[in-house]
Design a protein around this ligand. Structure first.
Ligand SMILES: Cc1cc2nc3c(=O)[nH]c(=O)nc-3n(C[C@H](O)[C@H](O)[C@H](O)COP(=O)(O)O)c2cc1C
Length: 407
């Protein structure tokens, strides 16, 4: 190495230059581009916020980013393909206005309690199933379940790709409600085995996810070269099961390539409690789900991780609500970041909503305490929106309190 190069490597001026670049990055609008449309406060702050200072869900995201290795961040943050659907999920909330009430009502008058498939809920909010939580924070799935229960008994759905076995998560919060998520697998004996494992853990409510049929995080796996590492984030054995043979060569996940309505009939017989079908985006599929024994459906596009250029969930919600016509409850997720987002989904006909990425931001930022605070912030924001819109109970939140401008 030449003298000049050596001196460049060790000179104080180089350290200064790096500090200047870091300062420029912290103050630049660039990180905001990663924050799924809304501003990220860390762009303006040079120190991390404490839990007591956190005010919105967005405050958690940069702390999550700072606390975990990049592959763990990428796995949570990104979506399929060009991420059009990921962005559209967020934009759709901008296309619905909330009509203010004159006068507004006191927040203390708002009571959003409801019964969902036999579960008494103070707020129509659940924690969505998301894989591999231990890499986010050692509190992991157990911490998330405790946090959900502490936040006014919010039910949680455990992912089949959990990093902590269901048998350990379920007893961690004896008063809480835990359902188990599952991806269809063609082999019925394996399906039965998965149901038995949940049942042994005391979990009888089953959520079967029917999206993610073809694409698989192209963005994180290909563009960011995560390949093998993305499969090793601490999830269950299924995440990498397609290996490099057969369909996997075309980036199709062999474990998630299919489901049939006959499969649902077979599964229905194996499930002792409620059966919920997750990933419905079409009115006809909603009708079929009811015919094949679903006790509820979840309107979801997997948070834009499933198939890019599909619609946002908020846009398709009204037509699915019309098709279901009150026969079964409709749950809803994808893109929820604020209480007002929840309000809009309820106004367009959802009976309850599920929180995905935001719960992971909370957990990764402050462990179980952060996840609990995140849920409570969204509950409080929802109450405030209801008060401003003059809605004191769930049945008041309907199409009359919003105006849609979908394009
Ligand atoms: C990192 C991550 C992992 C996920 N893992 C699962 C899963 O194992 N099973 C499942 O049904 N959905 C899974 N989802 C989808 C969520 O259940 C939910 O549909 C989605 O996160 C909602 O969108 P949101 O993140 O914008 O709130 C996952 C989502 C993320 C972000």
């Amino acid at each position: 190495m030449a003298d000049i190069e050596r001196s460049w490597l060790v000179k104080a001026s180089r350290r200064k230059a790096i500090a200047r670049v870091a300062g420029f990055m912290a103050a630049s609008p660039l990180p905001a581009a990663m924050a799924q449309i809304d501003p990220r406060p860390m762009g303006e702050h040079r120190r991390a916020l404490s839990l007591a200072e956190i005010q919105t869900a967005f405050d958690f995201e940069p702390l999550f980013f700072g606390n975990v290795p990049l592959p763990v961040y990428d796995y949570t943050a990104h979506g399929d393909g060009s991420e059009f659907t990921l962005r559209r999920n967020r934009q759709a909330y901008d296309w619905v206005d909330i009509i203010p009430a004159r006068p507004a009502i006191p927040a203390s008058q708002v009571d959003l309690s409801a019964d969902l498939l036999g579960v008494k809920m103070k707020f129509p909010i659940l924690v969505a199933p998301t894989a591999a939580m231990v890499p986010l924070n050692p509190d992991g799935e157990i911490g998330m379940f405790k946090a959900a229960t502490a936040a006014s008994n919010t039910p949680m759905i455990l992912s089949i790709n959990t990093s902590t076995p269901a048998a350990q998560v379920a007893p961690a919060s004896p008063t809480g409600t835990l359902w188990g998520q599952f991806y269809p697998v063609e082999n019925r004996a394996n399906t039965q085995r998965a149901m038995d494992t949940y049942e042994k853990a005391g979990i009888t409510g089953i959520v079967v996810t029917v999206d993610q049929q073809a694409s698989y995080y192209q963005r994180t796996q290909q563009d960011r070269n995560l390949g093998g590492r993305a499969r090793n984030l601490g999830g269950g054995a299924r995440s990498g099961d397609a290996a490099l043979t057969g369909a996997a060569r075309y980036r199709l996940n062999g474990g998630r390539l299919w489901y049939t309505w006959q499969y649902m009939d077979d599964l229905r017989k194996m499930v002792k409690g409620p059966l919920v079908i997750k990933g419905i985006l079409e009115p006809d599929d909603a009708r079929l789900a009811i015919e094949h024994g679903a006790d509820a459906i979840i309107v979801s596009n997997h948070g834009g991780r499933s198939m890019d250029y599909g619609p946002s969930t908020l846009e398709v919600l009204p037509e699915i609500v019309a098709a279901v016509n009150g026969r079964i409850p409709i749950l809803f997720d994808s893109g929820i970041r604020r209480g007002s987002d929840i309000f809009k989904a309820l106004a367009l006909g959802a009976n309850a909503v599920m929180l995905g990425r935001t719960t992971r931001w909370g957990l990764a930022a402050f462990g179980a305490a952060g996840a609990q605070r995140l849920i409570e912030i969204l509950q409080q924001e929802l109450i405030q929106t209801c008060a401003a819109a003059g809605c004191s109970k769930l049945s008041d939140i309907n199409k009359t309190v919003v105006r849609m401008h979908f394009v």
